[in-house]
Design a binder for this molecule. Structure first.
Ligand code: SAM
Ligand SMILES: O=c1cc(-c2ccc(O)cc2)oc2c(O)c(O)ccc12
Length: 375
């Protein structure tokens, strides 16, 4: 017979395993909330104020037979996913016991034009719905069934390649996505993210652009980052370099232009070279190749690279919404594109191998950092 203490340890351990196994259920509740547009329903009824469960049932036209499952999903979304705030009843005689309001995360899931920036019309509208849904795309989900196959196999094939045949993620977007559906969804994610990151960069990092007359955004996709810089600094000539099939049909205007090419071969000359979410796609050897090409492109001795990527903080690995997410991004990059997230020590090694002399990390971007790297 086990002691009471060791029974408690085992019961706790069993609960932990259930908690881990149920994580997927929490993300499915998130997907359901997006499909049902629960954030819009809360916003429509309450704005910033709390809304009773019965109002949501009626707005969302949930049949009475599904009241209990809906209540259960709302509780999971509020308590496990921290997506809605559970609120106290506004008065003791209110008919409903359960009230919910939006929080900063669920506001990112409002439909375009709804809510968030009601009181600040000048603010960039940031939405995250399509970025969440992209991760639930069946093509993005399949690789996760192959983690054990991946680990047993010698070589560099990614779970993405195991799941979808030989084409890399980038090759798939270029040649095996005939409708362009995956590519459009992917660039929608990148655009959503760059709206927020672009605003942060030009407002919090203004001094990084002192003395910069030209900038090239390498792997700049649809040009959202470069457009933010071009708008904030009309005197800076901004160029977006990406693969020809990505920039095909994209038209620059004013101080913004698009160029098709290959960053492994050549990058247009500029005072500043921006690399947002590029180097985490590649292994050391490829990163050093890109960094060397970028170094050649820096036109002036006072020029620099501006890298926006994660700097994994080993001391914060267990921290909810920080280290925990950085670890997941690390695995995500390995699984999809054979990339990785790097610690400061790993970044330093890359910069030195590519011939750069110095760097400065600014932690002004949440999970990501802005790293200035000097020739
Ligand atoms: C993760 S996305 C980042 C896009 C953009 N920088 C952002 O953060 O929104 C990586 C980008 O690198 C581009 N890319 C991949 N290989 C490239 C190459 N050889 N030359 C130029 N761009 C490339 C992809 O097409 C894609 O747009
Ligand atoms: O395949 C991806 C997906 C993402 C991604 C999706 C949704 C988000 O909310 C954030 C990021 O990011 C990627 C990325 O940065 C990359 O370099 C390659 C692939 C992907």
């Amino acid at each position: 017979m086990k002691t009471k203490d060791s029974q408690d340890v085992i019961l706790g351990a069993q609960a932990r395993l259930w908690s881990c196994s149920f994580n997927q259920m929490i993300s499915m509740c998130l997907k359901c909330a997006i499909h049902l547009r629960i954030p819009d329903a809360i916003h429509k009824h309450g704005g910033a104020a709390a809304v009773p469960l019965t109002a949501l049932l009626s707005t969302l036209q949930i049949p009475p037979s599904k009241t209990e499952p809906f209540r259960c999903i709302m509780r999971i979304l509020a308590h496990n996913a921290a997506l809605f705030n559970p609120e106290p009843k506004p008065s003791p005689d209110a008919a409903d016991d359960e009230w919910y309001s939006l929080n900063a995360s669920s506001r990112l899931l409002l439909s375009p034009g709804g809510g968030e920036d009601d009181d600040d019309k000048a603010a960039v509208e940031v939405r995250h719905t399509s970025s969440v849904l992209f991760l639930f795309h069946p093509l993005m989900q399949e690789p996760w069934s192959f983690l054990d196959t991946w680990l047993r196999e010698d070589g560099s094939r990614t779970p993405w390649e195991i799941a979808h045949g030989t084409a890399s993620f980038w090759g798939y977007l270029e040649t095996r996505d005939p409708s362009g559906e995956l590519m459009a969804t992917f660039y929608d994610c990148m655009t959503n993210d760059s709206k927020l990151v672009g605003e942060v960069l030009v407002s919090r990092c203004r001094d990084m652009f002192d003395g910069v007359a030209s900038l090239v955004d390498v792997g700049g996709g649809a040009g959202t980052m470069a457009a933010a810089v071009a708008k904030a600094f009309p005197e800076i000539k901004c160029t977006v370099l990406d693969r020809p099939h990505v920039v095909k049909g994209l038209q620059g205007e004013g101080n913004l232009e698009f160029v098709g090419g290959d960053m492994f071969l050549s990058v247009p000359q500029a005072d500043a070279v921006l690399l947002k979410w590029i180097l985490h796609d590649w292994d050391e050897e490829n990163c050093i190749k890109v960094l060397k090409v970028c170094k050649e492109a820096i036109a002036s001795p006072k020029g620099k690279l501006i890298i926006i990527d994660m700097v994994v903080d080993e001391k914060r690995l267990g921290e909810r919404n920080f280290g925990e997410v950085q670890l997941c991004f690390d695995l995500f990059m390995m699984a999809m594109v054979n990339g990785k997230e790097r610690t400061e020590k790993e970044w330093k090694r890359l910069f030195s191998a590519a011939g750069f002399s110095n760097y400065k990390i600014s932690t002004v971007m949440g999970l990501r950092s802005v790293i200035e790297v000097f020739p």
